[in-house]
Design a protein around this ligand. Structure first.
Ligand code: BEZ
Ligand code: FE
Length: 294
């Protein structure tokens, strides 16, 4: 068969599938299905996908589905390592003045984290070096935002989140509200690098591609206040060697912060007794865009 004929045959099939969505009632859904069809067909045609490769892809996605349950979301992990989660974050959090940049939420956020007061401790016994985290939440005009809600969560010094232990512990997470001047502060532990769950098909994919599952050390924030765009982000530890190779592409230069080591004996900002331990401190001022801005 001539290549012109082959080309016509392949294009015709794509058009046929596009036409099948002509009567879809929801215009947005119609647009999404049409674009998906165009891109998927273009992919198959570009790489000249073999039937064996297509079957391997189906087997892979089946494995991703089979390992997914209420505690394990392998599809999100797949989206994360392909950069699709981060691209969706980028599209939906357009730059607005010097508003703080967003990054991926990851699978370890919980709605119900304990409330702490400003200056309280989210570690709740999690292993790690004590770390004082402080800052102010403002709008883009510099106006302080009182009563903003901050949810914060992190892995412990062993690189694990509480929910990965499979017991009832609630450690390394909490929520608090900014004071009348928009200020917040809390004790946590200094973040540690850790691997994303890599004992499933996504881990196998990373190994096949000679990629590391590691994430650089970070502390997650979700910041919410009425009339302002909700911010989901993290801060990263300056000089972490893994900053350039985050397995989920979440690093933004503006989110890399100096965690300053405080030698044992340095008095804590709130007078906390640190029993002659080394501790660290970091400042993270947060700027929220107005809501309705992507
Ligand atoms: C996290 O930072 O918690 C995370 C993000 C993406 C995948 C796995 C973990
Ligand atoms: Fe994380």
């Amino acid at each position: 068969m001539s290549s012109a004929e082959q080309d016509a045959r392949e294009s015709e099939l794509t058009e046929q599938v596009l036409g099948s969505f002509a009567d879809a009632k929801d215009p947005r859904l119609k647009a999404l299905l049409e674009a998906l069809t165009r891109h998927l067909h273009a992919f198959v045609r570009e790489v000249r996908l073999t039937e064996r490769e297509w079957q391997q892809a189906i087997d892979f996605l089946t494995a991703v589905g089979n390992i997914t349950n209420e505690r394990r979301q392998e599809f999100i992990l797949l989206s994360d390592v392909l950069g699709v989660s981060m691209q969706t974050v980028a599209v939906n959090n357009e730059a607005y003045g010097h508003a703080t940049e967003a990054t991926v939420i990851g699978p370890f956020f919980l709605e119900q984290a304990p409330r702490i007061e400003v200056g309280g401790d989210i570690a709740r016994g999690a292993a790690g070096q004590p770390c004082w985290v402080e800052g102010v939440v403002t709008g883009v005009a510099g106006n302080p935002v009182p009563a903003a809600r901050l949810d914060v969560w992190e892995a412990d010094a062993d690189g694990r989140y509480d929910i990965q232990y499979g017991d009832a512990r609630v450690t390394g997470r909490g929520h608090l509200f900014t004071d009348a001047q928009g200020r917040y502060a809390f004790w946590a532990v200094k973040p540690t690098p850790y691997p994303i769950p890599d004992d499933g098909p996504v881990g196998a994919l990373l190994r096949t591609a000679s990629r590391s599952p590691m994430r650089p050390a970070h502390l997650h924030f979700m910041v919410s206040a009425p009339g302002l765009r909700q911010l989901v982000t993290h801060i990263f530890v300056e000089y972490d060697e893994l900053l350039a190779t985050d397995s989920v592409f979440g690093v933004r230069d503006s989110l890399v912060k100096a965690f300053r080591t405080q030698p044992a004996g340095t008095p804590a900002p709130d007078g906390r007794e640190l029993f002659d331990r080394t501790w660290s401190r970091v400042r993270f001022d947060i700027v929220l865009a107005p809501s309705g801005q992507a």
